[in-house]
Design a protein around this ligand. Sequence first.
Ligand code: UDP
Ligand code: MG
Length: 328
Amino acid sequence: MNILRKLEYMKNGLDLSIIIPLYNEQDSILSLHKKIKHAMSKLKMSCEIVFVDDGSTDRSLERLKALQRKDKSIRIIVLRKNFGQSAAINAGFSNAKGNVLIVIDADLQNDPEDIPRLLAKMDEGYDVVSGWRDKRQDPLSKTVPSRISNWLHRKLTGLDIHDSGCSLKAYKKESVNDLELYGEMHRYIPALIAIRGFKIGEIKVKHNKREYGKSKYGIDRLLKGFLDLLYIRFLMKYGSRPLHFFGLLGLFQIILGVLIGVVKVWDLYRKYLNTGQFVQFGPLLLFSGFLIIIGILFVIFGFLAELTIRIYYSRSQTKGYIIREILQ
Ligand code: UDP
Ligand code: MG
């Protein structure tokens, strides 16, 4: 049996928080709790279990409260309505007290027995360890979009992670400080964290069929996920200098517009010299005008985006950097 002691990282306070976002998962709660307790009994670590009830309308909350009466290591965060998985994970991150935070799904698709393995990998020097559902037990309508999205994810983020969407992950608390999670960004947490300079590792984890309740997502998440991915790519490259993105696009259009315009006007001028008559403006000249105007708008848009960034950094805790340590 693998008895994992505290990691080097867990110096003071509570060692572990297990965060479980849940929305209408009444039938899996008891069994999940039992499995977590069993897995934790192998670890020499202090641990809390943080259930985040994301506006469940079934008997989930009632069951959680009953469980809490028996197990004092349970805390329940009750959201006012269903805010979505990202928001629920965020609420867990902000309220968890542990040095290391583990997120796990409530529907028993992840296996708590993998938690010690995540921690062992973290001990090798990673800030985040992500699960990889190597043999995923989901219908094709889920696995196919997920494969496409993970391939795109690797191409667009350059991050060597096979299964960004797997919930089961371990995070050092500092890696999620000030992380802004909203919408459906929970699938891209490793990329969002990697942008901030943290080291991401990966291990293969078990995956089970969903036995109770229903999945909360459909096939439409492929396109939505693609948009989110494009945004992440933009954040990674131009998040702190949006003027360069919009400005370069704008300048390119202006230059192209001017070039087309000059060639066309020159052409018209030559025709005028030859025939002594003004030839009517063609569509190409109109196009050149459009390009120049749109280009100017893009540059102005870049200025606005740059101003927004400035306000963002001055208002939030976020600076343009994160210090690992100061040696003196
Ligand atoms: N979940 C949540 N809020 C939501 C949707 C989902 O807290 O609005 C929880 C859900 O209860 C589960 C986890 O997020 O614990 C993953 O959801 P699901 O199993 O539906 O996703 P899938 O495994 O199908 O990708
Ligand atoms: Mg699931």
